[in-house]
Design a protein around this ligand. Structure first.
Ligand SMILES: *Cc1c(COP(=O)(O)O)cnc(C)c1O
Length: 420
């Protein structure tokens, strides 16, 4: 199996001629990933922010099965169904009251494309077609399709590789004020300067609220986000919040923007939306955006084949119910306390430049890049699944993880730190 995989199958951001090892998985249950060779790994990644309730969950399995008996999929053009309506009702209820309209798509990146399109169509329809650029901050990650890539950090997003193909957007520096601190002097100065100069060309500001994920796992001040929202009003640009990674409780709030009390004009959701079962995403917007796009008979120009997939929607509704019926806040807060105590021990270690924790996210930042293949092998031998990137080792376990399993994960992080 691994032979065929190595010869023919691309893995994420990996060479196909000189691939990193990929460990064959036979099954997964709860917080355990079972390898083909029988070894079991404690999952520290939730499969990239998704599997918040763990794997192979009886309730989510049940939702999948009962929907499967009815239909796996029907087209959304000219048809609708209970699973989509029920999920839309739930999402509209749990997000800010102003967000009342929803567009379903198949992945986070696509939901970002749709958000960008909404913003551009909004201004176009209001007679300001010049407003079609995006403003964002460095250190962001919004997905791998071209529009989404254009607003990713230019360095880690490899803009040089795609120069001339990826649209050139406007970038302010990464927010410097850490989470939990009042806004540092000057932190939004360059953002304001860009707005001052280019607001006639800017459709929207897009950013990940509070937690920048794959662009560097950085947690920034709620004051910064509040300042961004007020700059958006001042310069008349839309605010797009990408909660694809942060949504559904990961940061300790159901949605990270709640830390700042900020409401987006357009909101992207994905990842944990189906509890890690199927790919599904949603883009929500408010009355302002809906009315702008719809003026003079305007329609949103998008329509994915698998739009509103019933199987994914059913699982997503079950996933949200499961989350809201659980004591997720208590769980995330316990995980946070434990991560703070146990990862905090590495703070003074040689080679460690920072340890930060927010909600069920724990990050150890090193002075230099980690040898991923080597670290991964050590982790697997230690019975844990942790996948570092760049100079970061991080944990974001399923919320259902127990204290002892989490201690095993935090202890294993040491394996990536090198000699003290
Ligand atoms: C993962 C991610 C995306 C892209 O989602 P995909 O489902 O991988 O396309 C977009 N934005 C953020 C913040 C993400 O973490």
């Amino acid at each position: 199996m691994t032979g065929f995989d190595e010869a023919h199958i691309w893995h994420p951001y990996t060479s196909i001629t000189d691939p990193l090892p990929a460990y064959p998985v036979a099954a997964a249950k709860g917080v355990r990933i079972q390898l083909e060779d029988g070894r079991e790994l404690i999952d520290g990644m939730s499969s990239w922010w998704c599997a918040i309730h763990g794997y192979n969950h009886p309730v989510l399995n049940g939702a999948a099965r009962s929907q499967l008996e009815k239909m796996a999929h029907v087209m959304f053009g000219g048809l609708t169904h209970e699973p989509a309506v029920q999920l839309a009702e739930r999402l509209i209820k749990i997000t800010p009251a102003s967000l009342r309209y929803i567009f379903f798509s198949d992945s986070g990146s696509v939901s970002v494309e749709i958000a960008l399109k909404m913003a551009i169509q909004y201004w176009h329809n209001l007679g300001k077609p010049a407003k079609q650029r995006m403003l964002t901050v460095r250190g962001g990650y919004h997905g791998d399709t071209f529009g989404a890539m254009s607003v990713c950090d230019p360095l880690t997003g490899m803009h040089s590789l795609f120069r001339g193909v990826v649209q050139e957007q406007l970038f302010a520096p990464r927010p410097e004020t850490p989470f939990g601190e009042g806004l540092r002097d000057g932190d939004t100065d360059q953002l304001r300067a860009l707005l001052e100069r280019y607001h006639d060309e800017i459709a929207a500001i897009i950013l990940e609220p509070i937690v920048q994920g794959a662009g560097g796992m950085w947690f920034y001040s709620a004051d910064y986000l509040r300042a961004v929202a007020s700059l958006c009003s001042e310069y008349d640009v839309l605010l797009i919040l990408d909660e694809i990674a942060t949504g559904f409780g990961r940061t300790g709030k159901l949605f990270a923007a709640e830390y700042a009390g900020v409401e987006a004009d357009i909101l992207c959701l994905g990842k944990a939306l189906t509890g890690g079962y199927l790919s599904l995403a949603a883009t929500l917007c408010n009355d302002r955006v809906r009315d702008g796009i719809s003026a003079q008979g305007g329609v949103l120009m998008h329509g994915p084949t698998f739009m509103g997939n019933p199987l994914a929607c059913s699982i997503a509704s079950a996933n949200i119910d499961l989350l809201l019926e659980s004591d997720w806040q208590g769980r995330v807060s316990d995980i946070e306390t434990q991560l703070q105590a146990e990862l905090g021990n590495y703070r003074d270690r040689t080679g460690v430049s920072d340890v930060r924790v927010l909600g069920a996210i724990g990050v150890v930042e090193l002075d230099s890049d980690i040898d991923v293949a080597k670290a991964q092998k050590c982790f697997v031998e230690a019975g844990v699944w942790i996948r570092p990137f760049g100079n970061l080792v991080y944990l974001m376990p399923p919320y259902v993880i127990g204290e002892e399993d989490l201690s095993n994960l935090t202890a294993a992080v040491e394996l990536a730190l090198g000699p003290d």
